[in-house]
Design a protein around this ligand. Sequence first.
Ligand code: MV4
Length: 594
Amino acid sequence: MNETASWPFHKVLIANRGEIAVRVIQACRELGLVTVAVYSEADRDALHVQLADESHEIGPAPAAQSYLNIPRIIEVARESGAGAVHPGYGFLAENALFARTCIEAGLVFVGPTPESMAAVGGKIAARALAERLGVPVVPGATAALESVEQAATVAARVGYPVAIKASAGGGGRGLKVVATPEELPGALESARREGAAYFADPTVFMERYLTAPRHIEVQVAGDTHGAVVAVGTRDCSVQRNHQKLIEEAPAPLAPALARRIMAAAERLAADIGYAGAGTAEFLVEGDEFFFLEMNTRIQVEHTVTEAVTGLDMVKMQLRVAAGEPLPFTREDCVPFGHAIECRINAEDPTARFRPGPGLLRRYRPPTGPGVRVDSGVYQGYTIPSSYDSMIAKLITWGRDRDEARRRMARALEQFDIAGVPSTVTFHHLVMTDEAFAAGGVPTTYLAGLDLSELESYDMATDSAATPTTPTAPTSGETLQTAGPGETFVVDVNDKRFTVRVASARRSRRASRGDRQDATTDGSAPGTVTSPMHGVVLRVAVAAGQEVAAGDLLMTVEAMKMENEITAPRAGSVASLDVAAGATVDAGTILATIG
Ligand code: MV4
């Protein structure tokens, strides 16, 4: 007789795919719960489909027709006799309507109540909650910006640079940094448009923009009996375009500061009656911290918290959803040692992390003490182009941070991936980088890192390494599946984008911030071409005008994001080849700098 015999559900539908679906299946099995997988047409060969007790196809590859198809998922839950639904992360995980629909269909939603979700779903509301509880927020305005004049008044009060953020935003979408009053009207309009396009909500607000903060978050857990515990801190400062690449626990912070941040997270969660797993995000500068937002889901990086606490966050979610008390107390949450996670993606770190899904010709993950690999792939599997390009999460644990870091470098050396590009070499470079080794790097760290040596990177710098150990894919082995002109869909922070490969040889310089460098045609220096298919929104220069390198030439909208096209060098605008409103392709000549 297992502990779940008396639970209100015995069968769990997992409304997700990939490694998190596998992770939930594993937790269910350990609890003696029966699992139901759902999958799209693109996921017929996926690992989660093979590991679940039963699996049901729910629709075509596009997530809108499968993993986001609420009526179809509810239908499968009913047909299979599932009593609960676990949403994983991304897709429907933070959709209060989905949670409510599950509950109304008589299904237990494995997550917080729709009311808890709604209380922190909007950033302005979350900021207001923090202020009411005395949790610090970045100086700004906890109200929607209604006019340029009002925005200018707030900006003058808090000081430039400021950030204009979409209230419904997330993952950096709808975030505009404004350095001077002159840029304010344009940025306000642009943030509004992005908010409307992405989240169907043009509401924006303002904060002072912190230029080199650290991104710290707190894992929280609560139950339906009123218990709330801050489980631990994580540092997620190593990001690229708001995509986390490395996370660690506990965050390298002075103990007193860590305690203050944990207490703040606990207060926020307790106030909204939080049940299940959640994360409070903060920015940290010096010994100051500021609440950003609350995520009401299990996160990708929950693994590092598990590694240092020995707790199982997914089993906790299931227990709490069944009405059980939180299976641990604050005293159980004292971290032991240190853990680091690398998100190993099928992306080419020498080509601006261009995704390269496709056939995994070889896949042999590392093993050994202190190594955990969470993954939804296997050798011979084809990573579909319809979703994110994650291959695996590699997590190492050590008695201290340095042991975890060195162990990670060792595990990366042992990770044998061929057929698709991977970030293994990139991750190795970071693990052996002096600044990362010292700990506590800010969010600006990655943009300043020189990745040029990745072109011919050798992980076996240690002479003790076995020379026959297979290493990361060399360019000869790499099977590029996406060529020029091909399009594919990627998921970045739960949002879908269609990406078009502009040309086979792209600039290998990483762009700074969200400024999109125009590609220059190799045969004609000064020719500015569009890096992507899109529509010219505004042209900022006139023919004949003198420009400096980096000056804004025009804005191209692609996938509802505004991309600034800047001058590749100083000179005069010799030709202006497009006007506002023009549809351009990747490679279309936009202007010439003479
Ligand atoms: C900020 C910030 C600095 N100042 N807000 C926005 C999305 C969220 N997940 C993180 N965000 C940030 N908000 C203020 N007032 C810095 C970030 C930020 C960030 C910004 C640019 C590039 C990378 C970043 C990584 C983490 C956080």
